[in-house]
Design a protein around this ligand. Structure first.
Ligand SMILES: N[C@@H](CCC(=O)N[C@@H](CS)C(=O)NCC(=O)O)C(=O)O
Length: 200
């Protein structure tokens, strides 16, 4: 049985799972599930994830699994995307937790309000843009001396963080201001075999 991924193609969280499955050659069935059309609120979908959020993976044995980073970890089990060294692995988790608590809650949220809900700036929480800038500056400082977030090799930390960082322009942020982040996005998109979404 092939795993099934319920995801919305505009969502970085959903694309994380797709990127890992594609990179590792894991077969899956993708079921496009639109947040804007409220397809995450149907009784069938809520039976899979009562939180009403994509992504959800339905595993080989039929069990549903939610949370993008949990799905990535499941797909990448035993692969080069999870460092073998315990400290490096813990550092990967450090960045995965930071991504969910500090990064996704800034860049993904501002992007969604601006690019998809088309809200004028006056209706958007004014603390979001400065929070995004702090997040990008922290990443830029980290990447000033390294090519990848952990252990000089591609890991789930890079994949989690690139998912929304590459769409920063949708949130009104020009990555050219953060050149190490810009260069890293180009590198990770290439590693994942993705066509760049960065503005020229
Ligand atoms: N922490 C969750 C966040 C999932 C999430 O926010 N999903 C959004 C799309 S990116 C969603 O389904 N939103 C619909 C809703 O909350 O109503 C993850 O990483 O999977």
């Amino acid at each position: 049985m092939t795993i099934t991924l319920y995801g919305d193609s505009i969502s970085g969280n959903c694309l994380k799972a797709k990127f890992v499955a594609d990179l590792l050659g894991k077969p899956y069935r993708w079921i496009e599930t639109s947040v804007l059309k409220k397809e995450t609120r149907t009784p069938e979908f809520l039976a899979l994830n009562p939180a009403g959020q994509v992504p959800v993976a339905v595993l080989d044995d039929g069990r549903p699994l939610a949370q993008s980073n949990a799905i990535m970890l499941y797909l990448a089990e035993g692969s080069r995307l999870i460092p073998a060294d315990p400290v490096d692995r813990a550092l990967m988790f450090q960045w995965l937790f930071w991504e969910q608590y500090s990064h996704e809650t800034a860049i993904a949220v501002l992007r969604f309000h601006k690019a998809y809900l088309k809200k004028p700036d006056s209706e958007i929480d004014p603390s979001l843009a400065p929070k995004c800038r702090r997040v990008l500056t922290l990443m830029n400082d980290h990447l000033a001396t390294r090519a990848y977030f952990v252990a000089e090799a591609l890991s789930l930390a890079d994949i989690a963080l690139v998912a929304y960082t590459r769409f920063s322009h949708d949130a009104g942020l020009d990555l050219k201001e953060w050149p190490h982040v810009h260069g890293w996005v180009v590198r990770i998109e290439k590693d994942l075999g993705l066509k760049t979404v960065l503005p020229a």
